[in-house]
Design a protein around this ligand. Structure first.
Ligand code: IPT
Length: 994
């Protein structure tokens, strides 16, 4: 049987499709058709056309909830989810798709309510169906539609009847539309948003658009009312502003000045309730007054420059997929607010319409993106790309119309985006032209318009820091990506935003602070959107029932892109990553500087003052609190700063004194309780003599003699020159460790030679490390010597078939009862790349040879992991954690847990602290970092998922003289020059105590 013709039709749909309009809350009757439907699954599309036959007996069919994705129901009975990034999961043969096309037949009977208004038009609305669906009512065909994340209404007035009705829907997973929906996400077919029957009274509201504006003090509404003559008079009411405007006819509808009104912004999301009432229908809206405008290379809202501290937000839930869950979505946005996120790009399709109401209410700038991506054509030089093929023009226009019309009323939406990664071409230009005509106020964004032919803002993804600076300055007028010098000059006349940057895959991203510094310095740069907010892991189970978050390849896909879908600032479990904490610290809206004895408080917000904040402070001596208080600071307006004296601080006589200031919410907000920390900074308030002085030179030991190395020095016992016991418990090592379990960024091949010389372009750092054998070092003890109260060993460390080596000298001394270890790490010449780390590893077995290490207390940077290019969230303090709490459960196990600049640490057994390390700075004042883990880097590197890590019998303490930065090379620039760890001689000094 040949597939139905509509499976090769590039038109967006056919049949009784209604023109798109706003998603409105009105008092016209609706009937939700969500709930349980009869469902019949088929793995192919060649099916008898019986789905709509009224007499068909469907009692034997399965039952499936609507909304849902069928692949996430039925435990594999209806296929499985599939993840691809760029590649298409079917042959690139546009507009055709294979006959192996999973198809779901849905049937549902419903009764038309007895009080359903007679004479009204009846619309059947689908808020989201992936990817093509054909609809019948009572056996008669209604139409066909595409546009998975777009709403579609059908006119079923003539088909719906009193009493029982039968609605039948056939949904195909693959269709010509799939070519336009190649987003980097799971393919999740089915009716996944609501289905609703909507009455549309003839004297009701066809559509309502309350465009608003705001200038200086006053606001206005510029309404567009679509309604029949019979619907008039139509009345607009905004009770809080005393507005009541009555229009007798369509021609009378006109702009209304509302007088003094508070503006809407992401910081102060002031909404006003409004109603629009016709004879037969009343719509209720929540409107916000704001004006969006581009002036020169500035994007302004209410006359002030907007800076996006944004996130790319997909709709994803570990069990529901893209099925909306209001509580989850609200918490998602509240979490963003708590982490100083002020904007969302709805990558890469319109979210559930309710999400925008939440954004209006909680306050987030929104770049609203159309459901469009044809990225897979990029793998074939964009040959046949629908974006530049007239056959697809209607589909493109249909998509943007349905995007803009549905969401046009939201004050939070300040930019329209045509889509993502769809190459370029005349269909995109036509979309932009349509938006310009329909909504001249809001700018049009599309990153793929490199030369700026049809878009209003300049946008790029993942540019390096150097390139970003080039964009922000006229400087050398260096060519920009895809641009001639003249085109580049045009792009520089526009506001610039990073629609994607800081790829948050696994451990990272690094260098967030450097992007932010550029945005602070260069006003053409309007910030950007981290890629991305959440990991898309889907909760699944191993054969033996162990639950885990699955990624590409975990569902038997033929082609897939592995863990590339796990690149969020929030783990699938909902836990914010250290990267998100870093983001929060970097973009904090209030910034602090210490000058003389004063604190300078700067307000970096768009328009809100600091009236909602309180400044609290505390002083700690060696991490122990000794004083605290509240700082009286005048209200600071947006864009201004205030200088306040710092109170007289009690400086410690020995040890370190740190002053910490925090701006906290004075009162509860809808997204966080009073006391929530919005911004913070620390001042090193002076180290007293003992700590400030350089570490004492290591004792010079004389009289070395070759020896067997079986001895005891204080708490340490050695055999053959090697440590075997410390304080009576088995401790071995320390051995040189150069390897870290590669992060997703270490595995990234996007090394950007402009941004860094850390590694070789096109080759990942991890490949180079494995090639050099950093994960399989072997040792040769060269010498063991003793002197009174001292032991010295020299070891040569290298890898199979390698000539490059590292010489490690360890000198143990016991003087005045103090056991000190000095480790000199000296690389040979010939190491070709950066190193992941340079440190030493102690092993503390906990099988029959000793009690398990339960946790650690440390004084240094914390509380979360930190790396050289991700240090801003870390503060000096005294922290405790269990061993497990120190590691982050990244979707794919990798380097985690490094704590920087540690002064001391104490390992606890079940009975409290039993071993203690105090660290001395090296000759250049650098303190080491540490990692405490139940697994070696090698074990971590071998696991694909957290549950694959082997059972542990040993705790590993790695003391690092240095760690390589984390960078963003999973998709973006490599580690910035300054934070790249190159092979070099390093010294570690520590005192050990039991
Ligand atoms: C970029 C895509 O726009 C985004 O959807 C996502 O796939 C991201 O990469 C990586 O996670 S495109 C990339 C080729 C720069």
């Amino acid at each position: 049987m040949l597939p139905p013709a509509y499976l090769a039709d590039t038109a967006p749909g056919r049949g009784a499709r209604l023109a798109p309009r706003s998603w409105l809350r009105t008092d016209a009757p609706t009937l939700s058709l969500s709930g349980e439907w009869a469902f019949r699954y088929s793995p192919h599309a060649a099916l008898p056309d019986d789905v709509a036959v009224p007499g068909l007996d469907d009692t034997g069919w399965d039952r499936l909830p609507v909304p849902a994705h069928w692949v996430l129901q039925g435990d594999g009975a209806y296929g499985r989810p599939a993840y691809t990034n760029v590649q298409y999961p079917f042959p690139v043969d546009p507009p055709h798709v294979p006959d192996e096309n999973p198809t779901g037949d849905y049937r549902r009977r419903f009764d038309l309510p007895a009080d359903w208004p007679a004479g009204a038009q009846v619309a059947l609305r689908f808020d989201g169906v992936e990817s093509l669906y054909r609809v019948w009512l009572n056996g008669e065909e209604v139409g066909v539609a595409t546009g998975s994340r777009l709403a579609q209404e059908f006119d079923v007035t003539g088909l719906v009847r009193p009493g029982e009705n039968l609605l039948s829907v056939r949904v195909h997973q693959w269709s010509p539309a799939s070519y336009l929906e190649d987003q980097d996400q799971w393919w999740l077919p089915g009716i996944f948003r609501d289905v609703t029957l909507v009455a549309r009274p003839l004297d009701g509201l066809g559509d309502v658009w309350l465009r608003t504006g705001w200038d200086a003090e006053t606001g206005w509404v510029d309404p567009e009312i679509v309604a029949e003559e019979a619907a008039f008079p139509v009345t607009l009411r905004i009770p809080e502003l005393g507005v009541e405007a009555v229009w007798d006819s369509p021609a009378a509808v006109a702009r209304i000045e509302v007088g003094p009104a508070e503006p809407w912004s992401a910081e102060s999301p002031r909404l006003y309730d409004a109603t629009v009432a016709s004879r037969g229908e009343t719509a209720s809206l929540r409107i916000g007054f704001r004006t969006v405008e581009i002036r020169g290379d500035r994007l302004l809202v209410n006359g002030r420059r907007v800076v996006f501290h944004g996130m790319n937000r997909h709709e994803t839930h570990p069990e529901r997929g893209r099925v909306f869950d209001e509580a989850h979505a609200r918490e998602d946005l509240a979490l963003m607010k708590r982490f100083n996120v002020n904007a969302i790009r709805t990558s890469h399709y319109p979210p559930h319409p309710r999400l925008l109401e939440l954004a209006d209410e909680l306050g987030l700038w929104v770049v609203l993106e159309c459901d469009l991506e044809t990225h897979g054509f990029g793998m074939h030089d964009w040959a046949g790309n629908p974006s530049d093929d007239a056959r697809w023009r209607d589909a493109y226009l249909d998509r943007i119309e349905r995007t803009v019309e549905r969401d046009k009323n939201h004050p939070s939406v300040i930019v329209w985006s045509l889509g993502n990664e769809a190459g370029t071409g005349s269909n995109l230009a036509a979309m932009a032209a349509w938006v310009h005509a329909r909504d001249p106020e809001r700018p049009v964004h599309y990153e793929g318009d490199y030369t700026g032919e049809y878009t209003d803002v300049y946008s790029r993804m993942y540019p390096s820091l150097l390139e970003t600076r080039e964009i922000g300055t006229d400087g050398s007028l260096a060519p920009l990506l895809g641009c001639s010098p003249a085109q580049g000059a045009r792009q520089r006349t526009k506001p610039f935003l990073l629609c994607e940057y800081a790829h948050a895959m696994g451990n990272g991203p690094g260098a967030l602070d450097r992007y932010e510094a550029l945005v602070d310095e260069l006003p053409r740069l309007h910030g950007g959107f981290v890629w991305e907010w959440r990991d898309h892991g889907l909760l699944t189970r191993t054969a033996d029932g162990t639950p885990f978050y699955g990624y590409g390849g975990d569902f038997g896909e033929v082609v897939h892109d592995g863990s590339f879908v796990m690149d969020g600032m929030v783990l699938s479990s909902g836990v914010p990553t250290p990267g998100l904490h870093e983001f929060k610290a970097v973009v904090q809206p209030v910034r602090f500087a210490f000058a003389g004895g004063a604190l300078v408080v700067s307000n970096h917000r768009h328009s809100a003052s600091t009236a909602d904040l309180r400044l609290v402070w505390r002083v700690e001596h060696d991490g122990r609190p000794v004083a605290d208080g509240v700082l009286e600071v005048p209200e600071v307006a947006a864009g201004s700063s205030a200088t306040v004296p710092v109170p007289g601080l009690p400086v410690a006589e020995t040890g370190e004194t740190w002053f910490t200031v925090e701006a906290v919410l004075a009162e509860d907000a809808s997204w966080a309780p009073a006391g929530h920390v919005v911004a913070t900074a620390q001042l090193d308030a002076g180290r007293a003599a003992s700590a400030a002085a350089p570490a004492p030179a290591p004792a010079r030991v004389r009289g070395w003699q070759p020896a067997a190395g079986d001895l005891r020095l204080g708490a340490a016992e050695f055999a053959g020159g090697r440590l075997v016991r410390l304080g009576g418990r088995v401790v071995s090592g320390p051995l040189l460790e150069l390897f870290r379990a590669p992060t997703d960024n270490d595995e990234g091949g996007y090394s950007n030679p402009e941004g860094s010389d850390a590694s070789i372009p096109g080759t990942s750092s991890a490949q180079l490390w494995r090639a050099q054998g950093l994960d399989r070092l072997v040792h040769r003890l060269v010498s063991v010597e003793e002197a009174p109260g001292a032991l010295r060993t020299v070891t040569r460390v290298s890898a199979a078939n390698a000539t490059a080596s590292v010489t490690v000298e360890q000198v143990w001394t016991l003087s005045d009862g103090e056991l000190e270890l000095r480790v000199e790490i000296e690389p040979s010449t010939g190491w070709p790349s950066v190193w992941p780390r340079v440190g030493v590893r102690f092993e503390l077995p906990d099988d029959d040879r000793g009690p398990a290490v339960s946790g650690v207390e440390w004084f240094g940077l914390g509380p979360l992991e930190s790396y050289p290019d991700s240090l801003r969230a870390a503060q000096v303090g005294r922290y405790t954690a269990t061993v497990d709490e120190l590691s982050v459960e990244y979707a794919r196990p990798q380097e985690t847990g490094h704590r920087s600049e540690v002064r001391s640490l104490a390992l606890g057994g079940p009975d409290g602290a039993d071993l203690r390390w105090d660290f001395l700075p090296d000759g250049r004042g650098r303190l080491p970092g540490f990692t405490l883990s139940r697994h070696t880097p090698q074990q971590i590197a071998a696991a694909g998922h957290p549950h694959e890590l082997p059972a542990s019998t040993t705790t590993h303490l790695i003391v690092d003289a240095g760690q390589h930065g984390v960078g963003s090379a999973a998709c973006g620039p490599d580690v910035w020059l300054e934070h790249a760890l190159r092979p070099e001689a390093r010294t570690l000094r520590m005192r050990l105590r039991a």
